[in-house]
Every structure is written in structure tokens, then in C-alpha cells.
Design a protein. Structure first.
Ligand code: ADP
Length: 585
């Protein structure tokens, strides 16, 4: 692969039992190597991927070249009862208008009396329409233990569960119910940075929807884990086809043909994601080098209103059908790109020591590392602009310019060569902080040797250096680790608006960026969400946009952000979606 051909040290991944095979496949394709516990030292890896959460010690001991695929304490939004509780609080604090996207929910046994009150009231005031309820055990997933009821006498439970109002008028395609699996990547919680993947899955029930029988899971539940056992799974179903999944692209084509305004739908879904995650921000400790992939389950009702059903901690990444293959491989590749590895990460401890030197002004790695161990050779730029191999003991900030290009750039050169670039796409070097990739020979110069130079000018071999001296303090033990994962100062940089098929959906403006730094200003953010929704709604409702319109800027509201609208295949800039007469103050 690219790295090996270039003579670079391969990055190393570590999979915990049960981690998806597609992750292994993608990483091996990208030239990574798998961690071997017997052969390699503890810590000699770059990515640790687990389906379940990590231990506290994993977060505490994380090293600068390492990434984990989970943030701590994510159950705050991924457990059904916690999510219901949190959303209820947000609704009370910030109003039902914004937080009206989750069906009313009750956590049993505690909320039984409250539920009884609502149930009784509904029965008497429902104007003849019946209200349906769905019960889900709080600790289970994949549709296990779920049942529906209309009459409270059918409510039987033995463990903690949530009762949710059943969305009984879902949007149907040829009579089949479906929901959307939206892939969301949280690059950091502090500041909050959210990406949503362009591709996702549409998951169908495999029998036609009917309220006449509430106990048919193939008609009411859209979980693949259930429907793949249905009698109709392999049948060619009207419009839906065989199986039970579509890609999001196929769904978009469907919406387009129906003349449905997909922009507004995507904006609403994107709002749901932001508003849900905002609630989690104060609960999640700042953890550099962690990234979270979540699966948001969204149901669209007959009036095109999207509803949040639940948030999945480890969305299924198995490849069961062609739609899975089309979506999930690209998804994993894009996640790895979002992790923003650099060439030095491949050299792990050894490379990092060198890099520390290059950034000797960096405040948070200075303390515990003796200076004399942080001085590798550096490169000087010659007057002709070419780098020489002279060594320097300088600790000036100019030495920062020896920073290497990211591994992603290198991998992408081969992998994405055939992918058309979106006109609005930016290089996925995460912060825009990095320089253009260096030439290969320049990179080799920096990493070719095992030697580094000490302060008094003697060269030492890292191989012979006692490991205790080379051990670096973990990021957590160092001060102010509010960094997403770059070891430099890119935490204050604006994240790129697109990385592969991931679209930055939060922050979406300078104001939201500012409001999400350090202490999150929820009120200010909600205000911005409201303003954006109003602008776009009046813009889309006021004027039917033509193709020519969407290419023109109509008095756009500009700031340094160039946010894209998540959803369409080639998303327009948000600012391009505002029409001049729809500015809302
Ligand atoms: P699980 O974690 O067990 O998959 P979900 O909350 O995702 O639980 O529910 C499983 C399925 O049940 C969903 O994919 C959806 O088809 C259906 N469902 C869940 N909640 C509702 C609801 N409130 N209204 C309508 N359908 C629902």
C-alpha cells in the first residue's frame, strides 16, 4: 500500500473481539498492520477499535499517536431511558417547539403513574382516534423484547422499559414502513464538532404496514436483525425490491421523483442530531484522541416530519447485503480520514519524540520530558527553498514547519484517485492548519533514522534508549487537553466542512463555533439553530428553486464558515440556500 511503497512505517490497529470485520478489511486495504499482543509492546498501536466502551484506564493512558473509537460516558444518550430523560429535560428548559422531535416517553416502573394519567387523558380526548404505544426494554437493542399495545391491559413488564408514543402514521413506500439510519461522527465534544455522513441506510419492514395486527414484527419493526428472518425478505417487493435495505442515495432519488423538498428534510434531521448531542456535552468528559460513530434512527411520518427513535452506540457494521457494502466501507474509510493521522504517528513513540522537538514551544508536553531527550535532528530550509539535512538544536517555533503531511493525504492519493471531488470540498487535513503534503523524499529525510540528537549534540539510538526514559506522559495527565486530537493548537481552528462523505453539520456558522468553545452556550446555539431553520424554511417555501438558483448566491449571509447543507449528493453551501428576501433577524 501507499505507505509501504513510500517507505513509511505502517500504522497499527488493534481490534477488540467482536469489532466489525469491515474495519479490519478497510485498514488492511489502507496498508495498516494488525496489532499482535505477543509481539508488540503495550501502546505500540495507533487505533484501538472496540464495539463496547473502553475502561477509564484506556482513556487515562492514551498516548499522542493513539486514537480510540469511543468517547467515555456515551450511555448518557445511547441508553434508551437516559436519552428519554435528557430530552424531556431539554424540552422543559428550552421549549417544546425545538424539542418536539422525540415521541413522548415514560420510563417504567418510575413513570407508571405519569403514564397512566396521559393514557387516560388520551383515551377520553382522542376524538375517536386511538393512541398506540410501543414498549422497549431499556438495556436491549436490535428489536429484542419490543411490543406494541393499545389497551393498557396488554402492558406487561418484568424489567425496566420505556413506553413511547407509537408513530402510527409513518411515511410508507408502497405500503412498507421504513426508518433511516443516519451515521453521525462526533469528532470532539469540547468544542462540539459534528459530522454527518452523506450516505446512510434506509431500513424497511418486510411486510405491509397495518394497524390491524400489532403483534407482527415484520410489519411494525424495521430492524434488519428481525426482518432478515421474515418470509418476504428475499421476495421482490413492490418498489422496495429484495431484502430490506436501500442506500440513502437511492432514497434521495425516490424523494426527488416525488418532488419532495429534501433540503428541508435534511436540515430538520441535522437539527435533531445537533439538539440531541447538545444535551450530552456537559456530561461527556473532554477526551482528546477519541472519536465517536453513532447511528441515529429517524422515522419520517406521513407529513414528512422526522422523529428521533433512538441513538445507537455501536451501529451495526456487518456487511449483510449490497447496500451495506456500498455504504459501510466508504463510511469506515471516511472515519479513518477524520482521525487525521500523520506520518509521525506511524513511528509511534519514536516519531513522536522527534515531533515533540519540532514543537518544543508546545506547552502541554514540556513538563515531564527531560529536554535532552526531546532533541532529534531537524531540517533547515536552504535559501533555494530546498531542505538540507543539517542538524539544528534550535528550539525556535520556526522548527514547527518540519511537521509531516498526514497519512490520510498519502492514503487518499491512491484510494480516492477515482472519486470526483466536490467543488466545495476542502482537503481533509482536519484543521486546515497543515501545510500542503511534502514531497516523499522530504518525508523520508525526517524519518529514515532511528537516531535522535541530544542537547549536547551527541547522537543516541532510540533502540538503545531505556524505555522508561522514552515513555511519554499520557495526554490526560497533562494540562488543558481540550484538543480534539491534534497535538498542536488546532483545537481553535475551524474544522473542515467536508471530509470524504462526512459533512460538517455543527458548528455551522461562526456564531455557533464561538458558542461551542469551552463553556457551551446552549441558548446562543439554539438561537442560531432557530434562525437558520427560519431562514431556510422561508427561503424554500417562498420560492421554488430552480437549478440555476441553487448555483447563484442570493445575498448570502457570510461568515468565515462555508458550511454545506447535509443531505444532497452535492450539497450546496448553506449561505446559497438563503434567498435575499428571507433574511430573518
Ligand atoms: P432497538 O434498539 O431495539 O432497535 P428501536 O428504538 O430502534 O429499538 O426500535 C426498533 C424499531 O421499532 C425501530 O427501528 C422502528 O421501526 C420501530 N419503532 C421504535 N419506536 C417507534 C415509535 N415510537 N414509533 C414507531 N415505530 C417505532
Amino acid at each position: 500500500m501507499a505507505e509501504k511503497e513510500c517507505g513509511f512505517a505502517p500504522l497499527v490497529f488493534r481490534l477488540h473481539g467482536g469489532a466489525p470485520q469491515v474495519v479490519r478489511e478497510v485498514l488492511l486495504e489502507r496498508g495498516w498492520e494488525e496489532y499482535d499482543e505477543e509481539e508488540q509492546e503495550e501502546g505500540d498501536w495507533n487505533l484501538y477499535w472496540r464495539s463496547s466502551g473502553f475502561r477509564n484506564s484506556d482513556y487515562k493512558n492514551i498516548l499522542p499517536w493513539q486514537r480510540l473509537n469511543h468517547h467515555p460516558k456515551m450511555t448518557h444518550i445511547t441508553r434508551k431511558d437516559c436519552l428519554a430523560r435528557h430530552l424531556r429535560r431539554m424540552k422543559c428548559a428550552f421549549g417544546a417547539v425545538l424539542y418536539d422531535f422525540s415521541p413522548a416517553a415514560f420510563i417504567l416502573p418510575n413513570d407508571y403513574t405519569k403514564f397512566l394519567g396521559v393514557y387516560t387523558k388520551n383515551r377520553s380526548t382522542d376524538e375517536g382516534k386511538s393512541c398506540f404505544w410501543i414498549c422497549k426494554p431499556v438495556g436491549l437493542s436490535r428489536g429484542r423484547g419490543i411490543f406494541l399495545f393499545k389497551d393498557i391491559k396488554d402492558l406487561v413488564y418484568h424489567s425496566s422499559l420505556i413506553i413511547q408514543r407509537y408513530i402510527s402514521d409513518p411515511l410508507l413506500i408502497s405500503g412498507y414502513k421504513f426508518d433511516l439510519r443516519i451515521y453521525v461522527c462526533i469528532k470532539s465534544f469540547c468544542p462540539l464538532v459534528i459530522y454527518m455522513h452523506q450516505e446512510g441506510l434506509v431500513r424497511f419492514a418486510t411486510e405491509k404496514y397495518t394497524l390491524a395486527s400489532l403483534d407482527n414484527p415484520y410489519s411494525h419493526l424495521t430492524n434488519t436483525s428481525i426482518n432478515k428472518y421474515g418470509l418476504c425478505y428475499a421476495k421482490d417487493k413492490e418498489r422496495v425490491g429484495r431484502g430490506c435495505k436501500w442506500t440513502m442515495s437511492k432514497f434521495r432519488c425516490f424523494l426527488h421523483k416525488q418532488d419532495i423538498n429534501e433540503h428541508l428534510l435534511w436540515l430538520r434531521i441535522s437539527n435533531i442530531v445537533t439538539l440531541t448531542l447538545l444535551r450530552a456535552v456537559p456530561c461527556i468528559p473532554s477526551s482528546p484522541n477519541c472519536l465517536e460513530l453513532l447511528g441515529f434512527d429517524i422515522l419520517i411520518d406521513a407529513s414528512f416530519k422526522p422523529w428521533l427513535l433512538e441513538v445507537n452506540h455501536s451501529p451495526a457494521l456487518s456487511l449483510d447485503c449490497p447496500a451495506d457494502v456500498a455504504v459501510k466501507k466508504g463510511l469506515i474509510n471516511d472515519i479513518i480520514d477524520l482521525m487525521n493521522y500523520r506520518m509521525t504517528d506511524g513511528f509511534r513513540q519514536k516519531g513522536y519524540l522527534r515531533k515533540r522537538y519540532a514543537r518544543s514551544g508546545s506547552r502541554y508536553l514540556q513538563p515531564k520530558i527531560p529536554q535532552e531527550f526531546l532533541l532529534p535532528k531537524t531540517l533547515h530550509a536552504t535559501p533555494s527553498g530546498k531542505r538540507s539535512r543539517n542538524r539544528s538544536f534550535s528550539t525556535s517555533s520556526s522548527s514547527q514547519h518540519t511537521v509531516l503531511c498526514s497519512v490520510n493525504d498519502c492514503a487518499r492519493n491512491s484510494r480516492y484517485a477515482s472519486r470526483p471531488a466536490h467543488p466545495n470540498s476542502k482537503p481533509s487535513t482536519s484543521s486546515g492548519h497543515e501545510k500542503a503534503p511534502q514531497k516523499l523524499e522530504e518525508i523520508n529525510v525526517e524519518v529514515e533514522s532511528d537516531e535522535f540528537t541530544t542537547l549536547n549534540g551527541t547522537r543516541q539510538s532510540l533502540k538503545n534508549t531505556p524505555s522508561s526514559l522514552c515513555k511519554l506522559p499520557s495526554l490526560h495527565k497533562l494540562t488543558t487537553p481540550t484538543v480534539p486530537w491534534n497535538h498542536r493548537t488546532q483545537d481553535r481552528d475551524v474544522p473542515p466542512c467536508r471530509v470524504g462523505d462526512f459533512i460538517l453539520t455543527f458548528p455551522f456558522s461562526e456564531a455557533t463555533w464561538k458558542a461551542s468553545q469551552d463553556q457551551v452556550d446552549v441558548k446562543a446555539i439554539l438561537n442560531e439553530v432557530r434562525k437558520l431553520t427560519n431562514r431556510l424554511t422561508s427561503s424554500f417555501n417562498g420560492k421554488k428553486r430552480t437549478k440555476a438558483d441553487s448555483g447563484q448566491r442570493c445575498n448570502p449571509v457570510r461568515d468565515k464558515f462555508e458550511s454545506l447543507l447535509w443531505g444532497p449528493k452535492d450539497p450546496p453551501l448553506l449561505s446559497e440556500c438563503y434567498s435575499s428576501n428571507s433574511e430573518t433577524k
